[in-house]
Write a protein that binds this ligand. Structure first.
Ligand SMILES: [Zn+2]
Length: 259
């Protein structure tokens, strides 16, 4: 019988994840993010788009130092994430984490998924990086994605709404549930920040949170070393399911009520 996932940690632990990184990421915000990680000794997940074709991620002119800077961040303890391939959303397949209607990967035939993942990993490795965790664009991924990742020796992913890391489909899931800092009493929480769209106020809020909670931040390596891994309990599966519903309801409310 498969081992059960870790007990929920108390006090809470946090991971920081920076998304949509590519050479044309907002230069100003990305420099601020890097400075914060450096100041507070945070070892974040860096979700990198290997071959970006998404116009929304072309915010600043391509930075020639981008890849070198990522290498030094990885040497300092950051974990490199493979964030899709082109970062386009052309498929409407159903995802494990159904937060978005369309995505790059969910529903795409398996051979294409395998090719994109394999080529994406090659590109990142060519730049001297060691990608170790999958970060699905738009939370879009399915069983074929998991199979392709395992075939390419990627056994970690950052997604899901449980409060502990767990094993599903042969991969270890490190949940990602927050898009802004929020104080929690228990659980492991990944806070995802998008440098391209983060406002000055959001960056200030992150700084304030780090001032008070930097000691609670951990890294992918520490999570893998410290948390026992296994399948989620039924109670935690239910919690995760309800958490997804709450996020979806909040989005619908925002769309129709306008706040
Ligand atoms: Zn993205």
């Amino acid at each position: 019988m498969m081992a059960m996932a870790a007990p929920i940690p108390r006090p809470a632990r946090y991971l920081l994840r920076f998304d949509d990184l590519c050479p044309t990421v907002s230069h100003e915000r990305w420099q601020q993010c890097r400075a914060l990680a450096d100041e507070f000794h945070i070892r974040p997940i860096l979700a990198v788009v290997p071959n970006n074709l998404d116009r929304d991620l072309r915010v600043s002119p391509a930075d020639a130092r981008f890849w070198r800077e990522l290498c030094s961040l990885e040497q300092a303890g950051a974990t490199i994430g493979l964030h899709g391939y082109h970062h386009l959303r052309q498929s409407r397949g159903r995802s494990f984490v159904p937060l978005q209607r369309s995505s790059e990967f969910a529903g795409v035939p398996s051979h294409w998924q395998r090719t994109w993942i394999s080529e994406g990993l090659d590109i990142l490795r060519h730049h001297g990086l060691n990608p170790r965790i999958w970060v699905a664009p738009q939370h879009g991924f399915d069983w074929n994605t998991l199979r392709a990742l395992k075939a390419e020796s990627i056994h970690l992913l950052s997604d899901g709404f449980a409060r502990v890391p767990f094993v599903r489909g042969g991969l270890t899931w490190i949940p990602q549930q927050l898009w802004a800092p929020l104080e929690k009493s228990e659980g492991l929480w990944t806070i995802c920040i998008h440098p391209n769209t983060a406002s000055a106020a959001q960056m200030d809020a992150l700084r304030v949170f780090l001032c008070g909670h930097a000691h609670q931040f951990t890294s992918v390596d520490s999570v893998m070393a410290e948390f026992p891994l296994g399948a989620l309990t039924l109670a935690e599966q239910f919690h995760a399911h309800m958490a997804v519903r709450r996020v979806l309801m909040a989005r619908i409310k925002k769309r129709f009520v306008g706040y």
